[in-house]
Design a protein around this ligand. Structure first.
Ligand code: SAH
Length: 348
């Protein structure tokens, strides 16, 4: 079995090249080529041919296949469908913001969290992505875009904290200045609220932005929408967020998709305001995005207005977020990956 070279940190790659009796600067060259999207060792033209051959014997690069690319007519968001060698597919999205290009990446093929309103949940979890498969979405989405990617959000398919080790490895590799150079301050990680993993993440004291998908302030509604809440509860979630803040000094942000008649009542807005007053942190309200086959709808305008009014009355800081990519099903919660059978034939 060849080693998946893009899942190695810089130091691990250096150690492996030491074993091959190569000077240290070679690790820098290889690491930089990989971050630039090299598809094979033969692309690495500043390495001697004999070394390229030797590397190809020990290491695999295996870039994903780009199976589909859709561009939003409305806002310039681009959605990519990537296929891996085992037939699994994931989607990533590039978002052209004023402050730079952001890539939204998937951390798992599928998801097992079962949120009732989310397209990714429908087919369950296929498998975790490796660090290199997460990194590839950054590298090759950027290459397709032809522009530098300055920010990454782990808000695509999957629950990043359910794939903890690979996601952490991805963060270390992506943040390395000798490669992609996307540091933690330019990365957001969104979680449905796995409290033990939030605690564990806090211990690493990273400077990333942690975003919690809240979507309901009361246990009854949240447990109905998000099975992860059952047996844990909103209070425990907020306790773990408080510990996270104490460890890292980083405020957490909250995502709240307004769902008509489900989580958008004035009394829920008041409960939400109470939770936020205790914990601090920024609230992002988003309109629910429709998912074919699911009955949930975005809140009617007057319900949104009343909800926002109740938040403002209590001095809650919030942003009503623009949603990009809605016309190509690339907005939050709409990523579902491809059809695995058709994908195999497309690869031939
Ligand atoms: N599993 C992680 C990462 C996914 S990020 C998490 O739950 O945070 C995707 C974001 O889109 C999450 O905030 C998720 O709750 C939200 N989302 C899912 N389905 C949605 C929908 N139909 N409309 C709007 N947001 C949705």
């Amino acid at each position: 079995m060849k080693t998946d070279v893009k899942s190695l940190t810089f130091d691990e790659l250096g150690a492996r090249l030491d074993d091959l009796a190569q000077p240290r600067y070679r690790a820098g060259q290889v690491f930089a080529w990989l971050a630039k999207g090299a598809r094979s060792f033969d692309d690495m033209t500043n390495l001697p041919k004999s070394l390229r051959e030797e590397l190809a014997e020990h290491f695999a690069i295996s870039p994903p296949a780009l199976l589909r690319k859709q561009t939003s007519e409305r806002d310039g968001a681009v959605k990519y469908l990537w296929g891996f060698d085992d037939g699994n597919t994931v989607e990533s999205v590039t978002l052209p913001y004023k402050h730079g290009n952001t890539v939204c990446v998937s951390s798992q093929a599928g998801c097992r969290m079962g949120c009732a309103f989310c397209a990714t949940a429908i087919r369950g979890l296929s498998r975790n992505l490796s660090a290199s498969e997460i990194l590839d979405q950054v590298i090759f989405s950027g290459a397709e875009l032809g522009a530098r990617v300055s920010n990454v959000v782990l808000m695509g398919m999957g629950e990043p904290l359910d794939n903890f080790d690979n996601v952490l490895r991805f963060l270390r590799i992506a943040g390395d200045g000798r490669g992609c150079n996307i540091g933690a301050r330019h990365i957001s990680l969104s979680t449905c609220g796995l409290t033990e993993k939030v605690d564990k993440l806090g211990d690493f004291n990273l400077q990333l932005t942690l975003s919690v998908s809240l979507h309901a302030p009361d246990d009854e509604t949240r447990s109905r929408l998000m099975p992860v809440n059952r047996g844990v509860g909103v209070d425990n979630l907020f306790d773990s967020v408080r510990r996270y803040y104490e460890k890292t000094g980083r405020r957490v942000s909250y995502e709240y998709a307004l769902i008509d008649g489900v989580n958008d009542s004035v009394s829920q807005a008041r409960l939400l305001a109470g939770l936020l007053a205790k914990s601090g942190g920024h609230l992002n309200l988003i309109p629910l995005n429709c998912v074919p086959g699911l009955a949930f709808r975005p809140s009617a305008r007057e319900r949104v207005r009343a909800f926002e009014g109740a938040l403002r009355e209590r001095g809650v800081n919030y942003t009503f977020r623009r949603r990009l990519g809605g016309d190509i099903d690339a907005a939050c919660g709409q990523l579902r990956g491809g059809e695995i059978q058709t994908q195999k034939s497309e690869r031939l």
